[in-house]
Design a protein around this ligand. Sequence first.
Ligand code: IMP
Ligand code: MG
Length: 184
Amino acid sequence: MRSEMERDILKVLVTEEELKARVAEMGVELYEKFEGKNPLFLGVLKGSFVFVADLVRACQLKSDIEFIAVSSYANATSSSGRVKINYDLQQDITGRHLIIVEDILDSGNTLAFLKEYFMTKGAASITIVTLLDKPSRRQKAVYPDLAGFEVPDEFVVGYGLDYAQQYRNVPYIGVLKPEVYSHK
Ligand code: IMP
Ligand code: MG
């Protein structure tokens, strides 16, 4: 029997197996880049929570983990360009090597804002890691240093990504059936 969430999924874009394999590779790449540097993983909530949990275990660096929560005054499925901090850093990041962990880089508004914000807070370096990259909709000149998968211009859910706060616990990346959106 398929779950109530699975019945809403039109198609799978990235399977659980593909996610696992790619996250393992990304962990190794970050390990090689940051060995001996004691980086700070900085997850952007809420969407990155699943990815952060898997990535930090795939990357056995001496490191610590911090979170920031932002929202982008969004309408349903696209960003408005204005970013608001809902939960701020709980520690001084002066001189730290930051690994920003995002679920998806879409318009670039969120990461353009965060990069600037962390620079003003004195970060020594900023590396942008995103699970998904949707380059077709970029409005700001922000590029990932490391991206898991490129996705087409479709609204995706799962592995932390939501639609109206739901579907974050779908274990793969998928696209919802059109009728799910029209019911909201
Ligand atoms: P940006 O500021 O437009 O780059 O968008 C970043 C944020 O918008 C992401 O961190 C997501 O939370 C959200 N977002 C953008 N595209 C999608 C999508 O396809 N599915 C779910 N959330 C998305
Ligand atoms: Mg997000």
